[in-house]
Design a protein. Structure first.
Length: 80
């Protein structure tokens, strides 16, 4: 079976270093949990955080981040 590989791109336009590091940390945490699950997928994924409203990512709750990631993974599974 193949493997899941991912990368994270967050430019300075996304927010401060604290915000960018939080997004990268949450991404690593999400994909580690996904790899531990038995229904892992085999794909190469690059998350690109686009510049949004100045406080969008700063005020983003972790639960909303996980919901968005789950929706993205489900969409990906439908197309594989």
């Amino acid at each position: 079976m193949g493997q899941l590989r991912f990368g994270v791109t967050a430019s300075r336009k996304v927010g401060s270093a604290v915000v960018r590091n939080k997004l990268k940390r949450w991404s690593r945490e999400y994909f580690r949990a996904l790899l531990k699950a038995e229904n892992s997928i085999e794909a190469d994924i690059n998350l690109i955080f686009k510049p949004m409203d100045p406080n969008f990512y700063k005020g983003l709750p972790h639960e909303e981040f996980v919901k968005a990631m789950d929706r993205g993974i489900e969409t990906l599974r439908k197309h594989l």
